[in-house]
Design a binder for this molecule. Structure first.
Ligand code: NAP
Length: 240
């Protein structure tokens, strides 16, 4: 009798990307969907999200636009409930939504209202969304959380962008702490710097969005056993 070769069942994965209606987030959503994942494309303006998702129709995985302002706890909670009811799982979370690049700000003459806004999106946005969706990852003992940080978070650099820089350094600290807490759970938490990327935030001159997104998709797809609590750029550990 001929021996049968066992066929591996493809793993069904659901991914959520915040701030995915444009820029790096959109490209991450595209690349994840090309890998066959079902991608929830987060947008704080749902019309922009729907428009972006339409551009990705026909990818290997389904792309669904979802309403998500990461500074609104009620929207974060409602989305987590909807994912639970609709899919019963979340495998990948890319905390990409970010901004408040305050290149003109000075640390000695602070605009604390704008610094608070930066922290609310860049740090607490990721914190809120991770906390709300963690139960969905714990359920299956698998998760990849990728926090989009910046080279600005590193101690070796520090001449401007005080609020942005502080928010990204805090995001790295949060990444490290959550990763330690989740050690052994199957959920890996890492921070990724996409490099300088030509987007609305990055401006012209940066590298193509495909390259910036590739290192994020790599961290979102790390095989078991996955490194956790690290800060990566292009798949390489970088100091901070
Ligand atoms: P971008 O083109 O300005 O896109 C930012 C995205 O985040 C947009 O979709 C924006 O939505 C969304 N967003 C902002 N605040 C939000 C909120 N409160 N809730 C939900 N979505 C929100 O920027 P990008 O260059 O793609 O940056 C993406 C990430 O990479 C950011 O975290 C950024 O700090 C990081 N990064 C970028 C660079 C670079 O060179 N570009 C370098 C290092 C790190 P709207 O369209 O509604 O505004």
């Amino acid at each position: 009798m001929a021996k049968r070769t066992p066929v591996a069942t493809p793993v069904y994965r659901v991914a959520l990307v915040s701030g995915a209606n444009r820029g790096i987030g959109f490209e991450v959503a595209r690349q994840l969907s090309e890998r066959g994942m079902t991608v929830l494309l987060g947008a704080r303006d749902l019309d922009k999200g729907l428009h972006a998702a339409r551009k990705l129709a026909g990818a290997a995985g389904e792309v669904i636009a979802v309403q998500l302002d990461v500074t609104h706890q009620d929207e974060v909670d409602a989305l987590a409930r909807w994912i639970e009811v609709t899919y019963g799982r979340l495998d990948v979370l890319v905390n990409n939504a970010g901004g408040h690049y305050d290149h003109d700000a000075e640390a000695s003459t602070p605009d604390l209202a704008s610094a608070r806004d930066a922290l609310d999106t860049n740090l607490f946005g990721a914190w809120r969304l991770s906390s709300a969706t963690l139960p969905l990852m714990r359920k299956h003992g698998y998760g990849r959380i990728v926090n989009i940080s910046s080279g600005c978070a590193t101690a070796s650099d520090g001449s401007n962008c005080v609020a942005y820089r502080t928010s990204k350094a805090a995001l790295n600290a949060y990444t490290r702490t959550l990763a330690s807490e989740l050690e052994g759970s199957g959920i890996a938490v890492n921070a990724v710097c996409p490099g300088w990327v030509a987007t609305e935030l990055g401006g012209p001159g940066g590298r193509p969005v495909e390259r910036g997104a590739a290192g994020i998709v790599w961290a979102a797809s790390l095989p078991v056993p996955a490194p956790t609590g690290r800060f990566f750029r292009d798949g390489e550990i970088i100091p901070w």
